[in-house]
Design a protein around this ligand. Structure first.
Ligand SMILES: Cc1ncc(C[n+]2csc(CCOP(=O)(O)OP(=O)(O)O)c2C)c(N)n1
Length: 375
């Protein structure tokens, strides 16, 4: 394995010291090291990976220094447009070093949402004309790869990718953990919401632990999973899936269980939800101010006023709670009222260590939900 410090210092020796990205579990130790060592204007956790490309390009324009964009391979889709229309040699020809966590690498077991992306990770780079290497787990070999990557970018001004396999980096534990006095756990908040909804209601839950905790709740209660659509991939799009259902199924409430990171990733979707004014839509955001599912790296979630943003784009009812008692009160109100609502639940970071993963395949989840929606 290589140490995060080694990669960070090696890049610094070439004057590469600007990072933007969206964190990834395979890059958890590297992201933590960057968070602790780069100053706030040299490590920007972006809303989404495409935004990170924009930040990187801005840095290059201002300094002429090669920037880094880090991401999980799920984020490759979000950078295709900037790669094709911004950094490409046929457009502005700007070098960005991409560091891509390779979930779902063929031959390595991973969750269903990572399988396809894992198969096409390097193929997408090929088709976009991005040269890449799979970073070695030995520091001397990795140093040679980085030297080659930097000289390629300096010579051609094109992007280059370091593809990162599982277990490439040594452990590094984030030191600069932001503290707050939130005490309500996300899992208990999810259980409280799931227990309160009507029997015909549907839940669309977001990527990461929110869907895992909902799945575990149904299992523990001996309930089926037919009322829930688990958005296991496609981070940031749960609210639009929920809206698509809500617009057709007026006699049911549709509850979108979102995360702050996912909401922020495609925040414009909130304006689209509000523009359609679905009377049967409840948008619940579990805000822990972090990308908890991939290592707890900070988001701007707890520094922004989500209910105010929702009001600004047209949600008629907005609420914010941080205790179970207040949540139960508000759920009672929302259940008996018509009209689009946004409910922000401020929760603490962290999860149960023995949290499981969905055991039924996505296809089965889809079929049982569609059958339920026909009832
Ligand atoms: C496009 C994309 N980028 C990154 C990821 C990796 N990823 C999975 S869950 C997650 C964090 C989600 O954070 P949030 O929505 O705040 O929920 P929390 O984990 O804090 O409950 C990330 C970054 C992904 N799945 N898709």
């Amino acid at each position: 394995m290589i140490s995060p410090k080694f990669l960070y210092d090696t890049l610094a020796s070439y004057g590469i010291d600007f990072y933007a990205g969206v964190p990834d579990s395979l890059l958890k130790n590297l992201c933590a090291y960057i968070t602790d060592h780069a100053d706030a204007s040299h490590n920007i956790i972006a809303a989404n990976e495409g935004g990170a490309m924009g930040l990187a390009v801005g840095h290059y324009l201002a300094t002429g220094q090669i920037p880094v964009v880090y991401m999980q391979n799920s984020g490759e889709g979000n950078i295709i447009n900037p790669l094709a229309s911004l950094t490409d040699k046929d457009v502005y020809n700007i070098p960005v070093l991409l560091i891509i966590g390779w979930r779902g690498k063929p031959g390595v077991h991973d969750e269903p949402q990572h399988v396809k992306q894992g198969k096409v990770t390097t193929g997408l780079l090929n088709v976009m004309g991005i040269d890449y290497t799979v970073l070695s787990k030995e520091e001397d070999k990795a140093a040679a790869q980085i030297e080659k990557a930097v000289s390629y970018m300096q010579r051609t001004k094109e992007c280059y990718a370091l593809v990162i396999e599982k277990d490439t980096f040594d452990t590094y534990t984030l030191q600069n953990v932001e503290t707050n006095d939130l005490t309500f756990s996300r899992e208990e908040a999810i259980q409280t919401v799931a227990a309160a909804i009507g029997t015909k209601d549907v839940i669309v839950s977001t990527t990461g632990m929110i869907s895992r905790e909902l799945f575990e709740y149904r299992k523990a209660m001996n309930q089926g999973h037919e009322r829930d659509f688990l958005t296991v991939g496609s981070m940031g799009h749960a609210s639009q899936i929920a809206l698509g259902i809500a617009l057709e199924k007026h006699d049911r409430k549709i509850w979108c269980l979102d995360g702050d990171g996912a909401t922020i990733m495609h925040m414009g979707s909130m304006a689209i939800v509000a523009s359609k004014s679905p009377k049967n839509f409840v948008h619940v955001i579990f805000n822990n101010g972090a990308h908890d599912s991939v290592g707890g790296q900070p988001t701007v979630g707890l520094r922004i006023d989500l209910p105010r943003i929702a009001r600004g784009v047209g949600y008629p009812h907005t609420y914010c709670v941080s205790t179970k008692e207040d949540l139960l009160d508000i759920l009672n109100e929302i259940k008996n009222q018509e009209g689009l609502s946004l409910l922000e639940i401020k929760v603490k970071k962290g999860n149960r260590k023995d949290l499981g993963r969905p055991t039924t395949p996505p296809m089965q989840n889809k079929e049982s939900l569609m059958a339920f929606l026909k009832l």
